[in-house]
Design a protein around this ligand. Sequence first.
Ligand code: SAM
Length: 243
Amino acid sequence: MSDTVSFGYEEVAPEEKTRRVGAVFSSVAGKYDLMNDAMSAGMHRLWKDRFVARVKPQPGEAVLDMAGGTGDIAFRMAERGAEITVADINQDMLDVGVERALERGLTGLSWSCQNAEVLSYPSRQFDAYTIAFGIRNVTHIDKALSEAYRVLKFGGRFFCLEFSTVEWPGFDKAYDLYSEHLVPRMGQAIAGDADSYRYLVESIRRFPPMPRFEQMIQNAGFIQTRVEPILGGLVAIHSGWKA
Ligand code: SAM
């Protein structure tokens, strides 16, 4: 029987995970973008560019950027002319995103507070569904994948960018040391919050390896699934189609 879910290395009740993940992102929202640059030495920008290049959003396409947070993926896709809805469970993250969009003069995006597990959208609304560094934070990943499938049109495409499992020998050890010891210290120094960054590292470790996550995407109904590891699997792009 499994009525608990993982919150980092802890097992907690599902509603407790949702609550605690909310607290993590409310705590880090103001420093989220700065910390991304610091933790990845700016590399998250390249991964996001590559991700959006794979999605290939077209002018006029309706794209749902789920767990869109402060808008990094959404802004890249809006610049290509797609009609973007940014959805996230956390209003604090969305508020930072709205502010950033205004600074960039991007006015055409829709922002919506939504839980990826129970979307308020009717079925078959979107041409593409993207989720970047979001799905590992969702309490029931299978429910989020089913909802992604439901809201996509037939022929719609699913794209997920997420930390995964490093498979390069040697690099895995270095990365473990870096993430376990340095990331929480950077979180403390920059965002004044070591615990939230400790959770983020732990949640990466608990996330299913690439073949298992690909299987979950297939179980939701997607076909022609693909996995593209980046930096030996440090990050991976998973994709699939709704036939
Ligand atoms: N996609 C953005 C990016 O790449 O910069 C933000 C990623 S941030 C690491 C993870 C986001 O997932 C947070 O904004 C958090 O609020 C959101 N999130 C967590 N659980 C969620 C859920 N159940 N439904 C929707 N969003 C969720």
